[in-house]
Design a protein around this ligand. Structure first.
Ligand code: NAP
Length: 130
């Protein structure tokens, strides 16, 4: 069984990877999910499907909304860039998929590498200007 953390879980790479993991539940187990929190309802849906042990979100309003919507037992919810680092570093995983867009993906990717995890990297460019 490969334990997987997905950074950028709500993005197109992250969602596709999660769909694949859901088709092979005897091979992959989702341990951690992370996103900015732009789509709280999608985050809730992904947590209901994959039941991660931990969830990291950047957007504080999303954290509030997701916490209220999730049924028990809830994943541990980690907040902000520090929470993202903790998720990548401390949640037990064999593989961390790095699919956060842009520079925000750099530090959690380094955290995963520093903690000895294999990193599957999708992130290849800068975020578009907002
Ligand atoms: N799409 C492809 O076919 C493809 C192919 C090869 C490589 N890539 C590369 O893979 C990376 C991801 O691509 P994508 O198409 O999946 O991007 P995307 O659909 O825009 O998804 C980006 C993901 O990053 C999260 N995110 C954005 N800013 C964040 C922040 N500050 N902190 C934490 N999470 C943040 C988003 O969360 P929210 O949804 O909550 O905002 C979302 O989960 C990019 O670097 C891209 O260049 C993509």
């Amino acid at each position: 069984m490969k334990r997987v953390t997905v950074l950028g879980a709500t993005g197109s790479v992250g969602r596709r990877a999660l769909e694949l993991c859901a088709q092979f539940t005897d091979v992959f187990r989702i341990e951690g999910l992370a996103a900015r929190g732009s789509s709280p309802d999608l985050v809730v849906e992904l947590c209901r499907i994959h039941r991660p042990k931990a969830l990291a979100l950047i957007d504080e309003r999303a954290i509030d909304r997701v916490s209220r919507a999730l049924p028990h037992p809830r994943p541990e919810i980690l907040a902000g860039p520090r929470g993202l680092d903790t998720l990548a570093r401390e949640v037990d995983a064999d593989v961390v998929l790095s699919a956060i867009v842009g520079g925000a993906g750099l530090l959690p990717t380094m955290a995963a590498l520093e903690s000895g995890k294999a990193v599957a990297i999708a992130n290849k460019g800068a975020a578009p200007p907002r």
